[in-house]
Design a protein around this ligand. Structure first.
Ligand code: 5GP
Ligand code: ZN
Length: 114
């Protein structure tokens, strides 16, 4: 996807503060953080949204959640807690159409989410 910002971050064409990377997953700090810790986890494969996930992508999601687990322990937020958010399409306010999970920590979060 040549016009996708997150593909460009994956390809290191656009600079980002990368906190985790493996064969299938890359994670970097959100440019407009909504919490002291705000990192986006994306599959390296371009998948536009949750609606486009296919059965053959299941292992990618496994890898994303394992990457999140490793990262929250690394940054010492596993015990205090964190929020994982995934926005899909207009009502949820999805802005970047490359599947991603927001992982946020370092402040108290409201429930239900806004
Ligand atoms: P969405 O609303 O699609 O779930 O969230 C997209 C997120 O990507 C937003 O929180 C926004 O701040 C972040 N973002 C957009 N463009 C860039 C960028 O070029 N670099 C980084 N690091 N984050 C970005
Ligand atoms: Zn992409």
């Amino acid at each position: 996807m040549s016009d996708c910002i997150f593909c460009k971050i994956r390809d290191k064409i656009i600079k980002a503060d990368i906190v985790y990377e493996d064969e299938f997953v890359i994670a970097f700090k959100d440019i407009n953080p909504q919490a002291p810790f705000h990192v986006l986890f994306i599959p390296k494969k371009h998948i536009s949204s949750f609606n486009e996930i296919e059965v053959r992508d299941a292992f990618i999601l496994e890898n994303i959640f394992l990457a999140i687990k490793k990262t929250v322990f690394k940054f010492n937020i596993a015990e205090s807690g964190y929020r994982i958010v995934g926005n899909c399409n207009k009502s949820a306010g999805q802005e970047v159409f490359h599947l991603h999970f927001h992982v946020m920590a370092g402040r108290k979060f409201l429930w239900p989410a806004g």
